[in-house]
Structure formats: C-alpha cells, structure tokens
Design a protein. Structure first.
Length: 196
C-alpha cells in the first residue's frame, strides 16, 4: 500500500465497514444461520462473527500502539440481540482509532510490524470475513474497488508468512477472467467459486 490521503487506512476501513455491517445484520436472530458452515473450516457463522468482532475491538488497541489481547474470544453474539448494533459501533471506533494522527506511523504494539501493515490486516479481516459470512449465509457482498486495490499488494506480501502460520491456506487456482477480489481470495486459500 502506498501512502496518500486517498487511501488512508481509516478511510478504507470506513468503506469496508459500510459493506460488512449489513452482512452481519442479516444474521441477527437466525439460529440456523449462526450454525452454518463458512469457508473458514474452523469456524461456523457464530464463531466467525465472534472472531471478527474480536478483531475489530483489538485492532483499536493496536492503532493506539497498545498490545492487543487475543488470548480469548468473548461470545459477543451470545451477549444479546443487539450484537450487530454493538459491532457497528465498534467498527466506528476502529475507523476513528486508525484515523488518529500517527496511527499509521511506526511500529504497532507487540506485533512488531509496521503500523500501516497492521491496519491493513484489520482491513483484510473485515473484508474477507464479510465475504466468508456472506457466502455462508447467502447474503450479497461486493467489496469496494479501492479496498481491493489497497489489499492486493498487502496480501501478496503477507502470503508466505501467513501460510507458514496457517492463517492462509494454500493458494487456489482461479479461472480465467477472475476479478481482482476473486484472485485475492484465492491467494488466501479460499476458492471463490466453491459452494460452502
């Protein structure tokens, strides 16, 4: 990602959240959907929502150069039917945190990585997991082109290490004419054309 006012992490997170929140709202109150399988084999819908919620909360800490705590994942979904409202509120806090002066500068928390890359990781989770949840629940989802454009080089850069850490699966071959987003999904180990 190159730095410019046009592609600040906070601006991209704002756009991504706008696309992600409706997907999560479509799940509220549907126990059958909450138990559905997702493209992330280790997560059903409920677990993936809880994971994404935790990412949105903890990456606020990383934006402020504080350490995040991923040692446990609270059950945000089980804490009440207003969880989608709370998720949306937390995404607004995430956008604000990464919009603070200096948030994209230097090294972020105990991750020991450039802050801008860490912010891009939050953007990646918000975008790719929204796609995972949409695929699992039959919701419509299309990421904004500027988000995909910002993420593609980050995904390519992180892919080898992410595969070693089992965060990404092995790259999947895609058909000719695949979109940039479909190719990016394939780089993370997802088959953009598979049926869940």
């Amino acid at each position: 990602m190159t730095e410019s006012d046009a592609n600040r992490i906070s601006d991209l997170l704002d756009v991504a959240a706008t696309r992600a929140v409706p997907v999560l709202r479509g799940i509220v109150g549907d126990e059958k959907l909450l138990g559905a399988r997702t493209p992330c084999s280790e997560y059903d819908v409920r677990a993936l929502v809880n994971h994404l919620f935790q990412v949105v909360v903890q990456f606020q800490e990383l934006a402020a150069k504080r350490d995040a705590d991923f040692s446990a994942e609270p059950d945000y979904v089980g804490a009440g039917d207003d969880w989608a409202d709370r998720f949306e509120a937390e995404t607004r806090k995430l956008v604000a945190a990464w919009g603070e002066p200096g948030a994209e500068d230097g090294i972020s928390g105990s991750m020991g990585m450039p802050a801008r890359i860490v912010g891009a990781m939050a953007l990646l989770d918000l975008t790719v997991h929204a796609w995972d949840l949409a695929r699992a629940t039959g919701a419509a989802f299309e990421p904004a082109p500027e988000v995909v454009e910002g993420l593609v080089p980050v995904v390519e850069k992180l892919a080898p290490t992410a595969r070693e850490m089992n965060v990404f699966g092995a790259a999947v071959e895609v058909r000719e004419g695949a979109t940039a987003f479909e190719r990016m999904l394939a780089t993370t180990g997802r088959d953009p054309f598979a049926v869940v």
